[in-house]
Design a protein around this ligand. Structure first.
Ligand code: PMP
Length: 425
């Protein structure tokens, strides 16, 4: 007898490419049948076969308050009752802008969009419009959404043009994107020394979370700041994942670096589609209708989505919220390391705020090349053993994990018990 999950996946593969609306959901990396979810509450989610899991994906970051938080749900109900959309200014989106600017001081002005992809794509266009330059710099293994210019992998040498990493991206589009190695300060300095005056912007995940988790090496973010300032390039921190996840002020607050532009998403929508980009007033003033850089959106600042985001942002400001989340996440990864050690498994793990990485290697990696050397098969076996024991991890060895404020001692214990069985097998 096929499970409900299997039946749904059979059907969905006929109608939706790969059966999913975003590739990693298909379990291609770990194998097996993706889980179809029907309900979530706090730290738990339930699938269509009524299996319960402790959730460490949290919709890839947004669910920092856990699932179906009563205050967020109430705010959404209340907003929805007053219409789902106007396509016109609202007082609530202004309140959201005020809050974002207060909590992320590098943002003097902000504009709301509906996804992280839109935020980064718009920030890149804005940086190019502001500087009048074409070249953009990104880092291997960092993901900034699926806009053409950002779906680019490294060329054969640091100073060669990028290659598209997706079909459908013309080489001419990728040619303006230069890809360097994460944490490679010398590579950045060399590039700026050579073509610094042609670079519109550097975009970086200040803690990389799309190649498992990689923390910035001491001095790396500082070097980006210094080089961009010297050469008049715009420094963009893509905090779609790290914003309101690693600390209240994001990674820029945690590490004390002021970018020129910041992109946000995930947590600021609390589970509904909200993204944002903002930064220096002189740069933001280049945006239409006041400036020449075009950017727009039918559902931008959507009242229901903003209600969810605003309520989420109010709740994460409670005293001690990030201290507790950071401590809980650290306690969790320490527990995992301890269990792996007991079972004699080669394993490491680390966390920054409420995000974590687990690696089947001796040490936490510091670059994409190092991540690629970790034992992917071991991760896949671990993933499935955890799933069978009621723990839902990201279905890929190359994604960060997320802990919510609803993950308490009971949930951590349950997870460590599952890990004991998984590592044992
Ligand atoms: N930037 C970063 C750092 C991300 O992690 C993501 C999504 N995982 C994006 C941009 C794209 O956001 P979205 O999926 O909302 O388009």
């Amino acid at each position: 007898m096929m499970s409900k999950n299997q039946q749904l996946f059979e059907r969905s593969q006929k109608l939706i490419p790969g059966g999913v609306n975003s590739p990693v959901r298909a379990f291609r990396s770990v194998g097996g049948t993706p889980v179809f979810f029907k309900r979530g509450l706090g730290a738990y989610v339930w699938d269509e076969d009524d299996n319960q899991y402790v959730d460490y994906v949290g919709s890839w970051g947004p669910m920092i308050l856990g699932h179906a938080h009563p205050e967020v749900i109430e705010a959404v109900r209340e907003a929805a009752g007053n219409s789902l959309s106007f396509g016109a200014p609202t007082a609530r989106e202004l309140e959201m802008a005020e809050l974002l600017i207060k909590l992320v001081p590098s943002m003097e002005q902000v504009r709301l969009v509906s996804s992280g992809t839109e935020a980064t794509m718009s920030a890149i266009r804005l940086a190019r419009g502001f500087t009048g330059r074409s070249k953009i710099v990104k880092f291997e293994g960092c993901y900034h959404g699926h806009a053409d210019a950002l779906l680019v992998k490294a060329g054969s040498g640091a100073l060669t043009f990028g290659q598209p990493s997706s079909a459908g991206v013309p080489p001419e589009v990728a040619a303006h994107t230069i890809t360097l190695s994460y944490n490679d300060i010398a590579g950045v300095e060399e590039l700026f020394a050579t073509i610094g005056s042609e670079i519109a912007c550097v975009i970086v995940e200040p803690v990389a979370g799309n190649m498992n988790l990689i923390a910035p090496a001491p001095g790396f973010l500082q070097a980006l700041r210094a080089q961009c300032s010297q050469r008049g390039a715009v420094l963009i921190f893509d905090e779609v994942m790290t914003g309101f996840r690693v600390a209240l002020g994001g990674a820029q607050g945690l590490y004390g670096i002021t970018p020129d532009l910041t992109t946000l998403g995930k947590v600021i929508g609390g589970g509904l589609p909200v993204g944002a980009f903002g930064g220096r007033r002189d740069i933001m003033q280049c945006l239409a209708p006041v400036g020449p850089v075009y950017q727009a959106g039918t559902l931008s600042g959507n009242p229901v989505a903003v209600a969810a985001g605003l309520t989420t942002l109010k709740l994460v400001q409670q005293a001690g919220f990030y201290d507790r989340l950071t401590a809980r996440t650290a306690q969790f990864v320490d527990g995992l390391k301890q269990v792996a050690k007991e079972k004699g498994v080669t394993f490491s793990a680390q966390s920054v705020g409420g995000m974590f990485g687990v690696y089947f290697s001796e040490q936490a990696p510091s670059s994409y090349a190092e991540v690629m050397q970790s034992d992917k098969d071991a991760f896949n076996r671990f993933f499935h053993a955890m799933l069978e024991n009621g723990v839902y991890l990201a279905p890929s060895a190359f994604e960060a994990g997320f802990v919510s404020a609803m993950h308490g001692d009971a949930e951590i214990e349950k997870t460590l018990d599952a890990a004991r069985r998984a590592f044992g097998a």
